[in-house]
Design a binder for this molecule. Sequence first.
Ligand code: PLP
Length: 487
Amino acid sequence: MESPDKSFHMTTDEFRRYGKAVVDWIADYYDRLESLPVLAKVQPGEIRASLPAEPPLRGESFDAILPDIEKLILPGVTHWQSPNFFAFFPANASAPSILGELLSAGLGVQGMLWATSPACTELETHVLDWLVGMLGLPEEFLSSGAGGGVIQDTASSSALCALLAARERATNFVTNRSGCDGRLVAYTSTQAHSSVEKAVQCAGLGRENLRLIEVDDRFAMRPGALAQAIERDRHAGKIPCFVCAAVGTTSSNALDPVAQIGPICRDHGIWLHVDAAMSGTAALCPEFRHIHDGLDFADSYCFNPHKWMFTNFDCDCFYVADRKILIETLSVLPEYLRNKATESGAVFDYRDWHIPLGRRFRALKLWFVIRHYGVEGLQHHIRRHVQLAQQFASWVESDERFELAAPVPLNLVCFRHRSGDAFNQELMDRLNRSGDLYLTHTRLQDRLTLRLCVGQTNTESRHVERAWQRIREEAAKLEAAPRSATR
Ligand SMILES: Cc1ncc(COP(=O)(O)O)c(C=O)c1O
């Protein structure tokens, strides 16, 4: 018979050994990352087909497990941390952040209540307060006043929490009790991220009650059109409750004019959420803080260190000007979570600031990043990314075969070859197939547009130069190809 004391756990000595091996593997991966094809080349189902059909009955040695990362997993990995990754928006990372993540996993605490791990809550509050100063955000967002910040998993969750709080404020918390009556309306621009539409669905407003406001020729929301839509809804007996403005839209990095949208929201008592998921990080540099003009009007705001601030996914910083509304919206207190600290009213219980109950110690990685780089280090790299994107934009402008498709306020360049959609599609596909770089696309003015975003941690001038060289090379080959192939 098996001894009841028999253990299958990894010993701490084994953990020490294999932990070092994993860190070495990651360091080696970063050393060779630049030479790997950026986009995974596997076909659907290929990775699964290479895995055993059944799980192992007997545990395996870690010596056998780790090499399978190389053999079975890497072929299906798109290298988001490659300096040649220019697609979507980045999800960048850095060594201090990865180490923070490792420590968070090692401590393995649940920070749902202050009482379940006080350091988890207090470090988070502290670091989010630091960021208010670092980004020059309104003081209302500081925890020392009525507001405060919390780490959410994503900007999508922030949009949902903001909308739920807006919904409850507009209905005096009746909706939480009785459900939606179909009269609440939300507004965002035609260029807003799809997470706003998802939030509207999840919050029970119904997609028909989301108004997509038209944009100007810079793809930014027209405040006049917003005001008209609100008036129309009021006359129709609807209850406008939520506006989401974007500071840096996903498609083209357009900056909605928050300073003009804000007064409209204030006059109508509408909750204003500002989504700066990608571009908020730019405000680390005083010269880019203008992107936040008008943020004083915002009831809530978010930006993603997991996009551009060298903090690995997931880490979205969400701020509210009045935390009481958010907490009253999301708080449900069962007996088993009651405790003295909560009842004292002297602590934050972050479970009341978002949807899940459980929460990881995510502030550690953010703390490590800020301490490792310092404000100056972060500013240096953000500035550099913006400079490189601006340089790329100037090359596009000076090549008559190409054109810019939108303004370039920061680090995203939207551009296209003048030969039309099929040509641009083929150009992008060829570049991505080559593995040399990874670009994605959008549609602007109903034309296929290529997007190049400079935001990967290790992207330097030579990577951007090479990207432009490869784009021009492939374009030249396509220009020389028979017309029918691409037009
Ligand atoms: C402006 C904007 N908002 C929201 C999101 C959604 O981000 P997340 O994955 O954090 O939900 C994105 C993603 O690119 C974005 O660009």
